[in-house]
Design a protein around this ligand. Sequence first.
Ligand code: MN
Length: 254
Amino acid sequence: MLSRRDALRAITLTSLAAVTTRWLPSSARAQTPDGSQLVPPPPTGPSVNAPFSLPPLPFAFDALEPHIDARTMEIHHDKHHAAYVNNLNKAVENHPDLARRTLQDLISNLDEIPEAIRTAIRNNGGGHFNHTLFWNSLQPQNNGQPEGDFDKAIRADLGGIKDFMNALSQAAMAAFGSGWAWLSLNADGKLIVESLPNQDSPLMHGRKPIFGIDVWEHAYYLHYQNRRADYIAAIWNIVDWPAVSLRYSDARSA
Ligand code: MN
């Protein structure tokens, strides 16, 4: 069993370095009320030669209950996210030049990827990136609201927190089939709400992802069945606002 410190270090050195900057979980994650271990051991990883690896969840499978149930979290992380990582590694297996690049770089420049593996990188690179962002946007307890410049930008660009939550919820409801609803920073430095299909990242469209809601059925079906609206409403109880605020600051200064 990894200690929390070891696990955080692993997140910092592997997934964060490979994905993007400063997605450390907020201090709200550090303790559960009963002091129990928050960080599960990492699942069986890919081979040592694989350039991309599945980061451990920054909390226990059951940490987000009752909003997201433990079984959904376990399958979502250990099976779905793991499959994106494994298939991404397969896609770059015979492309050492690509395997040396960061995930963010790869999915931000899909037009530079050889056509034969472009769709595989788009789907699986996007899947790995989006899920890593998702896990690092959630936390077990209500921990505040948008902070600092992020709060100001939500007011200026989206009319305030209430309008933003309504807009993102509507985008999540309106996404037809499998996809995500995103809060993105556009090239003009403005926040926008959008929905994108499949595992597309805003990075593939010249924008920076700040927060996203996964509305693939695998994200909610076991517990919520067809009640996507209930799942979306539940997500708002477990947003890690300090982490999302920090991601916005990083996106603005990058
Ligand atoms: Mn998913």
